[in-house]
Design a protein around this ligand. Structure first.
Ligand SMILES: *Cc1c(COP(=O)(O)O)cnc(C)c1O
Length: 363
């Protein structure tokens, strides 16, 4: 049985009629960028997260760099960020000229909050917390440090749509929550899309200005902005998916529970969930010391896997200039050498999952 790490077609066909009806409606409407669908999506997504405002953008990376831009964080400023993240989190900081200060992860793949305070200097302006693989980070200590040191708090929720800490949605703990709706995300569009959520009216207003060339009134430009507008097609299709997100998340949770219950192989370290930190299982990430042989064994069985991520940002060529040598973030590097994401997608059948489990248990 051939099994891909992800199957985006499955969740499309689950609600095919609704997507096709919406797409036709938008094609026939004659209005394609920043319109009724975008406004409605922004209202619905704000309500979903419990934030007061949502501003639709063109991508998750735009959400991140525009967040720091709007907060006025740039050259000479430091931002604490976990080291084992997708490189976009770090680019959101460095595009503005600010310096990322890497923090090692905990056993749940999120920021180790016990290491944060020692890293705060008088240049530290913000914490960027990433709810990696779909699990909410341990927010209480992060929020109290931000209050104590007057730091801004930005959340990278590109993998955590609907994940909550103590019942409160990720994205709503600090100044700005940044979301990506890249097709493979839990709330995926059919192309690139992103958004921020915030409770601050000024931030929402600034973000609307920045996403449209820095203008509030057409052809009157207040700041040097970006073209990061969300289009009607993505917004409309996202509205359809958002209306089903709870059931889609439930399905991912069932798949994850089956893996956790049925995978029994001492060579595999299974992911853990921290109390109070709900998980939406963007990825099911296990660890294995013999990862290379596991990957080729699974490939022989026609089971696809992905490494999230093989090279941590501090060791990537792009960030050689930061000067972090190999060995400087040992746990991050160990995770990069051992993590493996196994197939996890909406519409995965019980047969497919049973086959993956059998193969993994026989490894
Ligand atoms: C996907 C992702 C992003 C970037 O989102 P894009 O929409 O691809 O720009 C940022 N951070 C994390 C953690 C991601 O997984």
């Amino acid at each position: 049985m051939k099994i891909s790490p992800n199957r985006l077609d499955r969740s499309f066909f689950m609600h095919q009629e609704e997507y096709e009806k919406k797409a036709l409606e938008i094609l026939r409407s004659g209005w394609y960028v920043l319109g009724h669908e975008v406004t409605s999506f922004e209202e619905e997504f704000a309500a979903f997260t419990g934030a007061r405002y949502c501003v639709g953008l063109a991508s998750g990376l735009d959400a991140l760099w525009l967040a720091f831009r709007v907060l006025g964080i740039g050259a000479g400023d430091e931002v604490l960020v976990q080291a084992n993240t997708y490189i976009a989190s770090v680019m959101g900081i460095t595009i503005n000229g600010a310096t990322p200060v890497f923090v090692e992860p905990d056993a749940y793949y999120n920021m180790d909050t016990s290491l944060l305070e020692a890293k705060i200097t008088d240049k530290t302006k913000a914490i960027l917390v990433v709810h990696l693989y779909g699990q909410a980070s341990d927010m209480a200590p992060i929020v109290s440090l931000c209050q104590k040191y007057h730091l801004r708090l930005v959340e990278d929720c590109a993998q955590s749509h609907g994940a909550a800490y103590d019942g409160k949605m990720t994205g709503t703990f600090g100044d700005i929550g940044c979301f990506s709706f890249y097709p493979s995300k839990n709330l995926g569009a059919f192309g690139d899309a992103g958004a921020i959520v915030t409770n601050d009216e000024g931030i929402a207003r600034a973000m609307r200005m920045y996403r449209n060339y820095g203008s509030e009134k057409r052809y009157y430009n207040k700041v040097v902005g970006a073209n990061s507008r969300l289009d009607e097609m993505q917004a409309g299709l996202l509205r359809v998916r958002l209306s089903h997100l709870e059931e889609l998340t439930e399905e991912r949770r069932r798949i994850a529970e089956t893996y956790l219950k049925s995978l029994q192989n001492p060579k595999l370290l299974l992911p853990q969930t921290r109390e109070h930190c709900s998980h939406v299982w963007h990825q099911f990430v296990l660890r294995c010391k013999e990862r290379e042989s596991l990957i080729s064994y699974l490939a022989e069985k026609e089971i696809g896997t992905i490494i999230h991520y093989p090279i941590p940002p501090h060791l990537s060529e792009a960030y050689a200039y930061l000067g972090y040598p190999k060995g400087s973030l040992p746990l991050t590097e160990e995770y990069a050498d051992t993590v493996l994401s196994i197939p996890m997608y909406n519409g995965m059948t019980a047969e497919e999952q049973a086959y993956v489990i059998d193969c993994l248990n026989q490894f």
